[in-house]
Design a protein around this ligand. Sequence first.
Ligand code: 13P
Ligand code: SF4
Length: 366
Amino acid sequence: MSLQQPEIEAEYFSLSEREIFIRIAERKKELAGRLLILCHHYQQENMFRFADLVGDSLKLAREAAAIHGPEFIVFCGVHFMAESADILARSHQKVMLPHLHAGCPMADMATVGAVSMAYRDLVQAGIVQNEEALVPVTYVNSSAAIKAFVGERGGSVCTSSNAERVLEWALAKGEKVFFFPDEHLGRNSALALGIPADQICVWRRGELLGGNSVEQLRRARILLWDGYCEVHMRFLPDHVRRWRLHVPDIKIMVHPECASEVVQVADHYGSTEAIIAAVNKSPAGSKWAIGTEMNLVSRLQRQHPDKEIHLLAASPCLCTTMDCNQPVSLLWLLDNLAAGRVVNQIKVAPDVAVQARKSLEQMLSI
Ligand code: 13P
Ligand code: SF4
């Protein structure tokens, strides 16, 4: 979701990088005890240096919920992450994004209107007897409204590290599972559980019955919304073949948002935290080609000069929306906080938050 970013005054853009860094450090000191800066692994280094806590989206939301003191939580990540933090935060805490254009295009690919319509069509076509037979599972990269839709129907959120476990739970609970918004995480997790490919259907937005025949839908155990991450779709099986040809002892690790053709030929796949853990525990001299966002890969390169680490693709793979968060917008936000003004707050409506919390809590209990 891209919200309207208030104008940042022109004088901020005349500051040098050094001045910006000094002023951010000063503001952090002034707001000490009241401020917590969280930073996702995909943020650039110039934001990362000011983080109090770093992690993947779920870890950051959980940690924000566990730290009750700070009144201001600045989430250097994207919109859905700030929403999750707000849902799990205490009532006195305010969650903010440094720049309101930092959204996740994949999360925006599943809207409550379109998902509700798909549910209605599936019941009307007699694919399932009622909506309860179709258990919804949403990737954490989704709006609070989608999480609420899932929570209301007894479904669950999942992350890239627990998607298989959550899918297994959902398959045991109902006749079929509807997974959104990421087709690829859904397919990779279903294949890992041994679900045959002909029992997995893609629901294509805008097409009659999602572009499937009644027969295909009857046979399917898992329906996948056709959302995707532009960043992870850039990695191709050909990249894997090329690295293996040139560096025979290289290990390939990719994020499960990559297409299954890539995941199937990689040596390992896993969430951002799993990628970091695999590189951290590999011995000196290890060689890696990694298929995920380039800021994380560059950081791993800097942190492990004793290892050979490459981006799997030849061209840059940047999460451009997350990159809207820049030091200048962080300074602008902190200046406002220091002056007593809360800007760029991400606030989930209370009725939506109650239902969305159910789907997040369901995940934590699986
Ligand atoms: P994590 O859940 O691992 O933080 O990943 C979020 C994301 O957007 C990956 O593209
Ligand atoms: Fe969304 Fe992809 Fe960016 Fe992750 S990397 S926040 S899925 S656009």
